[in-house]
Write a new protein. Structure first.
Length: 230
């Protein structure tokens, strides 16, 4: 029986997706699936591809029947920066399903998100000697503006849905209260949960970015200056 709350976890790369997904999965009453419309994630795991209609993916593989103890079912969807399949009407379909609750996950410090993107290919980061890099001012501005714009666009698209805004910083600094709030939003029994992995250590930006102080001066007086607080 489909007696559960449907949800969609909207996120962006390097914004705490795995941390939140694994936290939700730690509650036995929640099913939080991966990026079910990303060909790289479904390959060899599910018997459908991007030629399979989006509505059938939703009905047959996501919002299908589960055992009675499951009280919330959802999946992850990246707003930007991830590979998507051939599902041109997906967002309109989800928008029209107004019973879906939206968890909108973002990262407030877009500079640290940008740095994390640069480091994401490095394995065993804690034990690797990192070489300093130089950030381009214009590229940073473009990335910051793009992230803000896309998040706003998605929030507007799903404005008729119940939406809970969550930040990566919320999860890092106030984990228990934040995960409790999310479980309340999903209408599930509240349990103490832990993420599947901890935070990845990264060096202070001021020590790692060669032109940090130059960038800090250029961003002074802008809305982005709060990111340069090392």
């Amino acid at each position: 029986m489909k007696d559960y709350r449907k949800f969609l976890l909207l996120t962006c790369p390097r914004s705490g997706t795995h941390m939140l997904k694994s936290s939700l999965e730690a509650n036995a009453h929640i099913v939080c699936l991966t990026e079910m419309f990303n060909p790289d994630y479904i390959q060899d795991k599910y018997d459908y591809d991007d030629k399979f209609p989006a509505k059938k993916v939703l009905n047959n593989y996501i919002y299908c029947d589960y055992s009675p103890e499951i009280k919330a079912v959802g999946f992850c969807h990246h707003r930007i920066g991830a590979k998507f399949g051939n599902w041109p009407n997906l967002l309109n379909i989800l928008r029209d399903m107004e019973d879906i609750h939206i968890i909108s996950l973002s990262r407030q410090n877009l500079l640290r998100r940008y740095l994390s993107v640069q480091l994401q290919q490095i394995k065993n980061l804690d034990n690797v000697k990192l070489e300093p890099i130089t950030f381009d001012y214009d590229h940073l501005v473009q990335d910051f503006e793009r992230q803000r714009k896309v998040i706003a666009q998605f929030n507007h698209r799903f404005r008729n849905h119940p939406i809970l805004q969550v930040t990566y910083e919320d999860l890092c600094t106030n984990y228990e209260q934040t995960t409790t709030k999310i479980q309340e939003f999903l209408g599930v029994p509240i349990v103490s949960v832990q993420p599947g992995t901890g935070r990845r250590n990264t060096p202070p930006i001021s020590d790692f970015v060669t032109n940090y102080h130059e960038l800090k001066a250029k961003f002074s007086g802008t809305e982005w200056s709060i990111f340069f607080n090392d």
